[in-house]
Design a protein around this ligand. Structure first.
Ligand SMILES: [Mn+2]
Length: 344
């Protein structure tokens, strides 16, 4: 991919509102970010619907030269405009979901109807995300889904797994997201990997890193299911305290992944100092450097990142969460592009 405008200066200030200040169109870009400002089932704190816009605005500050992945910007990274249909779905389903979450009478038929409406909107959203992802794969682009809450990853993973049967998923997350429905919502953010493992047989392996908040049944489930490898942060912390090195552990972590990988990055997998406004923050988590090492190990062990999602960033009153999100988005795009080249 060559730039349409040879006068573009990657070291100059970003002088436009485009993602990372880049001049590429969505049609030209090798990585296409699909904004999904949807957070209907957010159960604790809201705000992730604002992430795509906030990350785009913060992205102008990201230096385009990356010491690890080179100059990923050259191949083009662009963000699609926010689809007003998604905004409408979010408003509609959030209204219903808040009634359900606040309800004291679980058997109330009106509440049951509201819950069904949330599930129905989530299904339409899943189909929309799947279709967007499929069309990007079809033209050879790398899809990058930008949430919203973690539920938005489902349709994209479905598309990726159909395109690449035997797909592996590297999930960075404070939570397992293995609950069979949460607060009654089939498509809850807390159920996304329950839905992936029960509905997408083409997914061969899930490796969960950063996990430090999970239910009893989730833990049983993670242990029973041969497809799932869960690295508890307590266990990792103990290994580190005993003298293990993070880089070695990262190699063990990716060992269970096949060659073709989707990265599902829930920002709450990181230390909450890096994402203080996310919906369900938990103390502990990966440092910035830990996360970068993990991604690098994934790439250096010859895995190919076919696409990724970044979810649960909530900008909050200052821009910090969005700044971290924008930098992580650039790293993910950089490694995804890098792994296409090294495997070609
Ligand atoms: Mn999650």
């Amino acid at each position: 991919m060559v730039l349409p405008d040879a006068t573009f200066d990657p070291d100059g200030p970003a002088d436009c509102d485009a993602l990372f200040g880049l001049p590429h169109t969505v049609e030209e870009a090798a990585v296409v970010v699909v904004p999904v400002p949807f957070e209907a089932t957010a159960s604790y704190r809201r705000g992730t619907r604002a992430a795509p816009d906030a990350i785009r605005k913060a992205s102008g500050q990201v230096d385009l030269h990356d010491s690890e992945t080179g100059s990923p910007w050259r191949q083009g990274i662009a963000m699609e405009p926010i689809d007003p249909q998604v905004v409408e779905w979010n408003e509609q389903a959030s209204r219903d979901a808040l009634r359900v979450i606040g309800a004291t009478e679980a058997e109330d038929p009106e509440i049951a109807a509201a819950r069904r409406r949330v599930d129905a909107v989530s299904e339409r959203l899943n189909a929309w995300v799947r279709e967007r992802t499929e069309s990007l794969f079809a033209r050879g682009a790398i899809p990058a889904i930008l949430g919203g809450d973690h539920s938005v990853a489902f349709g994209a993973i479905e598309a990726a797994a159909h395109r690449h049967p035997g797909l592996g998923i590297l999930q960075v997350d404070a939570h397992c997201d293995l609950r069979p429905a949460y607060e009654g919502f089939t498509w809850s953010h807390a159920s996304v990997f329950h839905n992936v493992t029960t509905r997408i047989p083409q997914v061969a392996a899930i490796v969960q890193v950063g996990v430090r908040d999970l239910g009893e049944r989730e833990w049983e489930r993670a242990n029973e299911d041969d497809h799932i490898t869960t690295w508890l942060q307590t266990h990792v912390g103990w290994l580190l305290a005993g003298g293990s090195a993070w880089g070695r552990l990262a190699h063990h972590m990716v060992e269970h992944l096949p060659e073709t990988v989707w990265v599902s990055f829930d920002i709450d997998g990181l230390d909450p100092a890096l994402c203080p406004h996310t919906g369900a923050p938990v103390p502990g988590g990966l440092s910035w450097q830990d996360a970068l090492v993990l991604l690098r190990v994934l790439a250096e062990t010859k895995r190919r990142i076919v696409g990724f999602d970044l979810c649960e960033v909530a900008p909050g009153p200052d821009e910090w969460d969005a700044i971290v999100g924008a930098r992580l988005l650039y790293k993910l795009a950089g490694w995804a592009l890098h792994t296409q080249e090294t495997r070609r």
